[in-house]
Design a protein around this ligand. Structure first.
Ligand code: SF4
Ligand code: SF4
Ligand code: SF4
Length: 611
């Protein structure tokens, strides 16, 4: 439970940016909020769901959560949706139209960029959306500002008849800082939907009429940006340098360089160009410190400001922390970079791995042992199948892309791939998010693709959130449960080509995979065991290895279960003269859940229940 939930007016709590967002959305009187889980923004809706008087949901994807928020806004409610940066790509179809149509109830979108790529496939900069969609971008630097800006964003949304983006980053979302509570919830009852076809039915004629209004709105934003207290100058006497900075980079600049003037951008699009021009004249060298693209720098240079330094001295990717800022600024100042002399000892790298007894281990063991196969992958824990020991994923592009990429590989195959099977691997949540349409495309276009649908009854990667495949909603209340067999059948897969299997039954997994990949038509293999981290998972008694019977074959290690560890390695020479590496193993009984997967490839049957 979030500390902010029960914090009274005037009290302080120590909360993450995500908790601050939730508290602020509730205080602002929003009536509806939706999201699809995605690091680093997942917890926003989880926290918000704990507050009373607001409808919250896990939507099946970001586009739907955006549309739910749009609908609520049109009904006259304040509305909110949250997503990670790549989620905005999914939601943008609806969003790019709604920026033209405008809002009724305030509509705020929190977009969380994964600066530093902690858990994402790219590092795209969501500030672009402001430029693209002609709407304001607000950028807080800590939990207090996040709280203030979310509430301000609702006011701006209603004042200017526009959706507003509050751009967060991983650092803001996850780092806990002090938050002082200023208000209770302000009730904002829905004003009711007012039919207005010319506005809400965005035909070309209607859009043509809205475009001039959108451009006029741009001018109002520019004026607002020049005067708002969200853009502020922190002046100092030393004018050798000056910084223009926003988001979490502000905290780093403030900590390292508070002897120099700082222009803190809170309302970072449109830029307060005139205010910045005056600021630029105050300082000798103006450093634009922005995560991650050079948007502000480019626009300021285009506005004729000359004394600017930015991505020519600062890193073009990752966070602008002390390690990134100091060498660049020292060089600019002609100072010796003390950091350069410090030898940084890297901790031993620990690659991510799947959990002990994860239901994906069996299918990946099987895929890794198949020959003549191209495997298109998707986004989820199972993306780790690309790594060791399986190396059983060949592509991963975006949510649901395993389907279309597989069909493309099938249709575009050349002689080299003629005999290869194409397998698309996708999890249940990703399938419901954006994969279903791809499967329909496969069946509609008679693709020769086998889909391996890993139904673990949760959004495993982000912490086991519910989805329509679980029969539970965000509030853990009973709801419909998608029947994947029926769904795949409805999407055009023949009944006999849909096989449901237990992923721990390795011989069956391997047999069914071989059978379905030999048949030249769409097929779906559904695994049906839960993620070990959800309530539905039942752990069994742990297993152990009979040391003296272990031959060191290492087959059990190929499952990738982290409970199995090597105790000693040996190299032996076989009668043929070939050398063979042996790995003798044990099982960490404290974490083994007794799934028995590793017993299947163990020829001497030396993996047995603990006595
Ligand atoms: S969270 Fe669940 S699905 Fe993800 S690796 Fe762990 S057990 Fe597997
Ligand atoms: S039985 Fe084997 S595969 Fe299953 S959790 Fe234990 S060690 Fe891992
Ligand atoms: S599969 Fe069996 S014999 Fe081979 S290393 Fe594992 S425990 Fe030992």
């Amino acid at each position: 439970m979030s500390e902010a939930l029960n914090c009274k007016i005037g009290q302080s709590c120590f909360v993450s940016g995500n908790e601050a967002v939730a508290r602020a959305v509730w205080e602002a009187g929003a009536n509806v909020a939706g999201a699809y889980p995605g690091t680093p923004s997942t917890e926003i809706i989880e926290y918000l769901s704990q507050y009373p008087d607001i409808y919250t949901e896990w939507s099946i994807n970001e586009k739907v959560s955006m549309e739910v928020a749009i609908g609520a806004s049109l009904a006259g409610s304040r509305a909110f949706c949250a997503m990670k940066h790549v989620g905005m790509n999914v939601a943008s179809d609806a969003f790019m139209t709604q920026t033209l149509a405008g809002v009724v109830g305030g509509l705020v979108i929190a977009v969380a960029d994964d600066v530093g790529l902690s858990s994402s496939q790219n590092e795209q900069d969501s500030r672009y959306w402001g430029r693209f969609a002609h709407l304001p971008i607000l950028e807080p630097s800590d939990s207090q500002e996040t709280y203030e800006m979310i509430k301000k964003a609702f006011d701006i949304s209603e004042q200017f008849d526009t959706p507003v983006i509050v751009r967060l980053t991983t650092r803001i979302c996850h780092v806990k800082t002090r938050l002082t509570i200023k208000n209770d919830r302000i009730e904002k009852p829905a004003t009711g939907f007012v039919k207005d076809v010319a506005r809400w039915v965005m035909t070309p004629i209607a859009a043509g009429k809205r475009l001039p209004l959108m451009f006029a709105r741009d001018e109002k934003f520019k004026q607002f940006s020049e005067t708002t207290e969200l853009n502020k100058i922190e002046n100092t006497a030393n004018k050798q340098l000056g910084f223009i900075v926003s988001g979490s980079a502000y905290m780093n600049v403030k900590e390292l360089y508070d002897e120099y003037p700082i222009f803190k951008l809170g309302f970072s699009y449109p830029l307060p160009i005139e205010k910045i021009k005056k600021f630029a004249k105050l300082v000798d060298k103006l450093i634009v410190a922005e995560e991650v693209e050079d948007l502000v720098e480019t626009e300021l240079k285009a506005a004729g400001i000359k004394n600017i330094y930015g991505k020519d001295i600062l890193p073009k990717m990752g966070e602008l922390n002390a390690t990134a800022l100091k060498p660049a600024i020292n060089k600019l100042l002609g100072k010796k970079d003390k950091l350069a002399d410090i030898k940084i000892n890297q901790v031993f790298p620990r690659p991510p791995t799947m959990c002990v007894a994860c239901p994906h281990l069996g299918p990946y063991f099987a895929l890794a042992h198949m020959k003549n196969i191209n495997i298109t992958g998707d986004i989820g824990c199972y993306t780790l199948g690309a790594g060791d020991p399986w190396q059983a994923m060949d592509t991963c592009v975006s949510m649901g892309a395993s389907m279309g990429v597989a069909l493309g590989m099938d249709k575009g195959r050349g002689k080299m791939d003629e005999k290869k099977a194409v397998v698309a691997v996708i999890g249940d949540s990703t399938f419901l998010h954006m994969g279903m349409q791809g499967l329909l495309d496969i069946t509609y276009n008679k693709g020769n693709v086998t889909v391996l649908l890993l139904d673990n009854r949760a959004v495993g990667m982000t912490g086991g959130q519910t989805n329509p495949g679980m029969g539970k909603d965000l509030h853990n209340e009973d709801t419909i449960r998608v029947d994947f067999v029926k769904l795949c059948e409805a999407l055009g897969v023949k009944k006999q080509r849909i096989r449901k299997i237990n992923p721990y039954e390795l011989p069956t997994v391997m047999k069914v995979l071989r059978e379905e990949t030999k048949i030249h038509e769409p097929s779906v293999i559904i695994t049906d065991q839960p993620c070990v981290l959800v309530d539905a998972y039942d752990a069994l008694e742990p297993l152990t290895v009979i040391d003296e019977d272990c031959t060191g074959c290492g087959n059990c290690l190929d499952t990738g279960c982290p409970a199995i560890f090597v105790t000693r390695r040996e190299t032996v020479t076989k009668p043929t003269g070939k050398q063979k590496e042996l790995a003798f193993v044990r099982i960490d009984e404290a974490i083994c859940t007794g799934c028995k997967l590793c017993t299947k490839p163990c020829a001497p049957d030396c993996i047995v229940p603990v006595e």
